[in-house]
Ligand binder design. Structure first.
Ligand code: S6P
Ligand code: ZN
Length: 185
């Protein structure tokens, strides 16, 4: 079994919203989320818009190891539905996760069966996501990016189908200078 042997550091680069020491960058556009935003027709007209960037530090995907990343969700919306991550569950449903707000204002949507919660995320606030809860993050600011740090077990895995098997009960839309949660039929 290959494990991380030596201590290492990462650092959040101020105003660049990325993790120095990360070894992967992924960029998600509206096109990548065509099946996720409610308005498929408007999504089709803004396919190249970047919704979020993730810089992640990889480690061996072994028990005991920890992954970490910075997610930057840009301000914006698709026909009023605020920019957000795709959302997922962990393939290994025993695995929890911690989000720590770095800057901006957001909401963490959490769904387990019929249970739904929306928890506000802001600078220096952490949200503990227990295993078994699907999670998605929404940028509720119309001006600033939402930036947060995540740390989770390397053996979590990503289950992106989980949000289709058990959709979030609410979506988040712009409401003037604020936001509103709208129930999904
Ligand atoms: C990983 C953790 C985050 C998300 C990232 C992007 O377990 O929850 O790092 O991967 O915020 O979201 P998503 O839903 O596209 O993976
Ligand atoms: Zn996760």
């Amino acid at each position: 079994m290959i494990m991380t042997e030596k201590p290492f550091i990462t650092r959040i680069v101020p105003e660049e919203f990325r993790l120095d020491g990360a070894d992967s960058l992924s960029i998600t556009t509206v096109k990548d989320m065509a099946s996720i935003f409610l308005s498929k027709s408007i999504a089709a007209t803004m396919q190249d818009r970047i919704v979020y960037r993730v810089t992640k530090r990889n480690v061996p995907l072994e028990s005991g190891e920890l992954l970490q990343c910075i997610t930057e969700i840009l301000p914006g919306d698709c026909d009023g539905e605020l920019f957000m991550t795709k959302g997922h569950g962990h393939s290994n449903s025993a695995c929890a996760e911690i989000y720590l707000g770095i800057s901006g204002r957001g909401l963490v949507l959490l769904q387990r069966g019929n249970e739904f919660q929306a928890i506000e995320l802001e600078k220096y606030k952490s949200v503990y996501i227990p295993g078994g809860w699907n999670h998605r993050t929404v940028n509720v600011s119309s001006e600033d990016p939402l930036v947060f740090y995540s740390i989770w077990p390397a053996q979590s895995g990503y289950d992106y189908d989980a949000i289709f098997r058990n959709p979030f009960s609410k979506r988040v839309f712009r409401d003037g200078s604020s936001y509103k949660l709208v129930g999904v039929q």
